[in-house]
Design a protein around this ligand. Structure first.
Ligand code: ADE
Ligand code: ZN
Length: 355
């Protein structure tokens, strides 16, 4: 189990007026970003041109205008169409480097990136092309930007268990390149337990395990992600708020939730940011983190998610900002010494703003 960090004493002296600076300057980790969801329309068009791929949109503006989603599926249809321009190793490299630059500008010191190999292998792109392109960007981001990172291979839950097993097999030659596995795509009608045996095999291989659950799906999916898949983090998980006993259980276990505020509003999980459950979940003692999900589609990268959340919830102040950043380190898959170094850097950032 993870252990919470104690707040630095300087936090008490930090006035609310310093909140914008604190949000921007505090070091933080991003734990829920689909790298294919960082493809900006401009890059989609540039890659389409470079690779000779025809797009069903006439222009960048026409594509952006289509980003009016009513639920998760309406988004996924466009998201998979956008990913169709990714063909060569450089494409994956360029996409990930563009993301790392944005993340670094937002104060991220670490990112754990989801990638969806089935979206690419189904189009004839090899696993090696995907993984090597991303890995090259990871190395460059560490060198040039000081941003460390890890990859999490996601299985598409609308596809079969058999397909997931085949994907895992195909990825094993690159086993050292990814730290864990996740579960994403259309949630309703595809409960976590559909993949119990795949996840058991992944755990036996020593992979870390996470799953999307309780984004649109019911709290029961969060329970089966915990009990059947034995995940270490729940991605989204906000619908636990409908089940008070589950909230208590998640707080007791300190199971991290990787929450994505702008995504939840864009995909109509909540009508407005003011209605978001994050502040209540934080008050209930859950290890909640803030993340961007698919920033190119949802109107903002990591810092914009913090800003939009804090702007809509005046009860959130410097103490909660610190807590969310501290949680992001606690919930990461980094080793204990690295986490302690990040927590120290966070305390130093708070101290320098309080002086
Ligand atoms: N794939 C990319 N973004 C996703 C999300 N928010 N939920 C499920 N699958 C996804
Ligand atoms: Zn997601």
């Amino acid at each position: 189990m993870n252990t919470p960090t104690t707040p630095p004493p300087a936090l008490e002296r930090l006035p609310r007026a310093r909140l914008p600076d604190l949000l921007a300057r505090m070091p933080k980790a991003e734990l829920h970003i689909h790298i294919e969801g960082s493809l900006e329309p401009e890059l989609i068009f540039a890659l389409a041109h470079r690779n000779g791929v025809a797009l069903p949109y006439a222009s960048v503006q026409a594509l952006r205008a289509a980003y009016a989603f009513t639920d998760l599926q309406s988004f996924l249809d466009i998201y998979y169409a956008g990913a169709s321009v990714l063909l060569r190793e450089e494409d994956f490299f360029d996409m990930a480097m563009a993301y790392f630059r944005r993340a670094a500008a937002d104060g991220a010191v670490h990112a754990e990136l989801f990638f969806d190999p089935q979206t690419h292998t189904a189009r004839g792109v090899s696993m090696g092309t995907v993984v090597e392109g991303l890995a090259r960007a990871q190395a460059q981001a560490a060198d040039e930007l000081g941003v460390s990172s890890a990859l999490i291979l996601c299985f598409l839950r609308h596809l079969s268990e058999e397909d997931a097993f085949a994907t895992l097999e195909a990825a094993l030659p690159w086993r050292e390149r990814f730290v864990g596995v996740g579960l994403d795509s259309s949630e309703r009608g595809h409960p976590p337990e559909k993949f119990s045996r795949v996840f058991a095999r992944c755990r036996a291989l020593g992979l870390r395990v996470v799953a999307h659950a309780g984004e649109e799906g019911p709290p029961a999916y969060i329970r089966t992600a915990l009990d059947d898949l034995q995940v270490e983090r729940i991605d989204h998980g906000v619908r636990c708020a409908d089940d008070p006993a589950l909230v208590v259980e998640l707080a007791r276990r300190r199971t991290p939730l990787t929450v994505c505020p702008l995504s939840n509003v864009k995909l109509c999980v909540y009508p407005r940011m003011e209605d978001h459950a994050l502040p209540a979940l934080l008050r209930a003692g859950l290890c909640v983190t803030v993340n961007s999900d698919d920033p190119a589609y949802f109107g903002g990268y990591l810092l914009e998610n913090y800003r939009a959340l804090f702007a809509a919830h005046p009860a959130l102040g410097p103490r909660e900002a610190w807590q969310l950043a501290a949680n992001s380190f606690e919930a990461s898959f980094a080793d204990a010494a690295t986490k302690a170094r990040w927590q120290q850097a966070l305390a130093v950032a708070v101290q320098s703003l309080a002086d």
